[in-house]
Design a protein around this ligand. Structure first.
Ligand SMILES: *Cc1c(COP(=O)(O)O)cnc(C)c1O
Length: 446
């Protein structure tokens, strides 16, 4: 047999292993240093007690013949689909029904799997910087074209984000088939306003574009004027799939549960111009390749919609949000250019005059003993920026920012790499010689 050669084309993502290697190197040289992790891309607070109780009870259900659950519906159990439709949509005035909701084992799976339902020839657009899954999954499916010397793919449209557009992708001049939008955004922490989303929905309606709206961080939106769901925009049900996750909302990164909304109004087209409801295609895809999320986990997710569950989620989110806000404020005081940090656990920052994100990473490590994620790992437009997260304890967050306040940040540092992800490719060579600890790498997954 011949392999899917797209896997050969795909360069390894060395961002997180390189960060891990650099931290290890630093710890070896400074064994007593009190390193504070501001690069954490995983939640740290435990699961709410009411969710734990619901899962315990669901485990007990499995022990007796009358309450045992075997294969569940591929689309998810009605108890969870109903709770989502009611609380996340209908109670907020959005007309989404249980039949539109497909329970999954997480957003990342669905982001990749959705590629099964649109043409292999589809032109994809992504924000740069962006969550790497959108590009890598598209490349594996054969939608990348060729890898160019600048580290970009020839058939993918990159929507450049920078200070001019406030790190929010603009609607492109040309038509694309599929666009991935993320709000609140990982890695930049930026959120779309209602007017900005309206422009996207208009664009999609005009060009028959499918919007895949990744709102994994929806629960972090506090501002009443910022849409939590793309379906708050009129006409969005005809152009958008929305993907959500209990991972960042409720600490389910290790439990695995999310959902994808495919409204009945949403259609795609064949070559003759005939339209087909995407919900039917997605349903067929799931029934063929997926046997449903775990019963126990779905019972746990259901408990998030009880008053106790909602209160517990709110408490955790408030901790992360106040950390992020504090980071944002302190970085601004220290003279950084800052995005995010509001309605998001992520803060995206650059030191004025600094164009090398690995140099900035190293400077903060050496001088303040804090770790960050170099923005260049999320795309060319991330050069010079770093991502910090609110996923640490309030104590550590404060300590890290106090240190930052005392550091002289004006000393220029020798750039190790210039800019561009090709430099990341160069770094791969050096990395191959390093033994990178698997467990550190795992802990640093996005
Ligand atoms: C974490 C994350 C996901 C993946 O979430 P899971 O449900 O844990 O698979 C998807 N999109 C973005 C932007 C994320 O940051």
């Amino acid at each position: 047999m011949y392999i899917n050669e797209n896997f050969i084309k795909l360069p390894q993502s060395y961002l997180f292993s390189k960060v891990a290697a650099k931290l290890r190197e630093y710890k070896e040289a400074h064994p007593d240093a009190d390193l504070i992790r501001m690069d954490i891309g995983d939640v740290t607070l435990p699961i709410a007690p009411c969710v734990i109780d619901a899962m315990h009870k669901a485990v007990d259900d499995m022990a007796s013949p009358s309450t045992f659950h075997g294969y569940g519906p591929e689309q998810g159990y009605p108890f969870l689909r109903d709770a989502i439709a009611k609380h996340d949509y209908q109670d907020r005035g959005i007309d989404i029904h249980a039949e539109d909701i497909f329970i999954s084992d997480g957003a990342k799976s669905d982001l990749g799997n959705l590629g099964d339902i649109y043409s292999q020839k589809s032109i994809i657009a992504v924000a740069d910087p962006g969550y790497p899954v959108y590009v890598d999954a598209s490349v594996i499916d054969g939608r990348g074209g060729e890898l160019l010397p600048d580290g970009r793919w020839s058939r993918i449209m990159y929507l450049e984000c920078n200070p001019d557009n406030g790190f929010k992708p603009n609607v492109p001049q040309k038509a694309v088939d599929v666009v991935f939008l993320c709000s609140p955004c990982n890695p930049t922490g930026t959120v779309f306003t209602r007017d900005e989303l309206k422009e996207w929905v208009e664009y999609a309606r005009k060009n028959r574009t499918l919007i895949i709206f990744d709102s994994a961080y929806e629960a972090f939106v506090q501002d009443k004027d910022i849409p939590k769901s793309i379906y708050e925009i009129e006409g969005a049900k005809e152009v958008a799939i929305e993907i959500r996750s209990f991972s960042k909302t409720a600490g389910f990164t290790g439990l695995r549960c999310g959902y994808t909304v495919v409204p009945s109004e949403l259609v795609g087209y064949d070559r003759e111009g005939n339209s087909y409801p995407l919900r039917q295609l997605w349903n067929r895809r799931q029934c063929t390749k997926f046997n449903g999320a775990s019963y126990v986990i779905q019972r746990g997710a259901e408990a998030l919609y009880t008053p106790e569950g909602r209160e517990a989620v709110k408490k955790n989110i408030d901790v992360y949000l106040s950390n992020a806000r504090y980071i944002k404020d302190q970085l601004e005081k220290a003279g950084f250019e800052v995005y995010g940090g509001e309605n998001s656990p992520y803060v995206w920052a650059r030191l004025r005059g600094e164009n090398d994100s690995w140099a900035l990473f190293q400077k903060l490590l050496d001088e303040a003993q804090l770790s960050s994620t170099p923005g260049i790992g999320f795309g060319e437009c991330g050069a010079g920026y770093i991502r910090l997260t609110g996923f640490n304890s309030p104590e550590n967050t404060r300590k890290a920012m106090e240190r930052l306040g005392k550091v002289n940040l004006n000393t220029s540092v020798a750039g190790e790499e210039g800019s561009g992800s090709m430099n990341d490719l160069k770094a791969i060579k050096a990395l191959d010689d390093l033994q990178v600890l698997d467990d550190i790498t795992k802990a640093m997954e996005i």
